[in-house]
Ligand binder design. Structure first.
Ligand SMILES: [Zn+2]
Length: 182
C-alpha cells in the first residue's frame, strides 16, 4: 500500500528527481515545484486493559476469519493518532477511553504504519457496532492464544509483551512460548 509517485498527482506531468538533502533524491514536479515523497496509510491499533489485567479481543469477520484481534482502524486526514484510537474504541466497543499510552510504531505487512496504544478502562460491558461480532475480556495468555501465530516485530507481539512487562502481569516469555524469537 506504499504509493511511489511517477507522475504529479496535481498536474499529471512526469516527475523528475530533486535532492531533498539527507533524504536523498525525491520525485519532484518542476511545474508545481512540489516534492512527492512516498505515501502510505497510517492506522492505530489499541490494546485495551482493565483493573484485572484482562484485555479486549474482538472478532470482526469483515477483516479476518482466522483470529481474534485487537481494535484498529485508519487515521482520518487531520485527525491525531490519539483521537483515532479513542474514536475506534467508541465506534467498535461503545466505550470512552481517557487514559492512552503510546506503545510505539510498527509496519503491518510492509504497507501500513501502525501506531500502537495501550488504553485503560475499568471492566465494563460493551455496546458493539455492527462491524464487531463479538468482544470479550480475557486474560493475557488467553488473548495470545486467540490472536494466533504472530511474527516477531509485529504490533500484536510487542504490544502484549510491553504490557505484561510494564504491569507485572506475567513473564513476557510466557506469551507465545517457543513460537517466536525477538
Ligand atoms: Zn505538477
Amino acid at each position: 500500500m506504499v504509493t511511489h509517485y511517477e507522475y504529479c498527482p496535481l498536474c499529471g506531468k512526469k516527475l523528475t528527481l530533486k535532492s531533498a538533502g539527507e533524504d536523498g533524491m525525491v520525485p519532484w514536479c518542476p511545474d508545481c515545484n512540489k516534492m512527492w515523497f512516498d505515501a502510505f496509510p497510517t492506522a492505530v491499533i489499541v490494546l485495551t486493559h482493565n483493573e484485572f489485567n484482562e484485555v479486549v479481543m474482538t472478532r470482526q469477520s469483515h477483516l479476518t476469519n482466522r483470529h481474534w484481534m485487537y481494535n484498529s482502524g485508519f487515521i482520518l486526514p487531520g485527525e491525531s493518532a490519539e483521537h483515532a484510537a479513542k474514536r475506534e474504541l467508541k465506534e467498535e466497543l461503545g466505550i470512552e477511553i481517557r487514559n492512552l499510552e503510546n506503545l510505539g510504531t510498527y509496519w503491518f505487512r510492509g504497507g501500513v504504519l501502525m501506531i500502537a496504544f495501550l488504553a485503560y478502562i475499568p471492566k465494563c460491558e460493551f455496546n458493539l457496532s455492527d462491524e464487531v461480532e463479538e468482544a470479550v475480556w480475557v486474560d493475557v495468555k488467553k488473548a495470545a492464544e486467540l490472536a494466533g501465530p504472530v511474527r516477531p516485530g509485529c504490533a500484536d507481539f510487542i504490544m502484549m509483551k510491553k504490557f505484561v512487562a510494564e504491569y507485572g502481569v506475567c513473564d513476557p516469555d510466557e506469551l507465545w512460548p517457543g513460537q517466536v524469537v525477538e
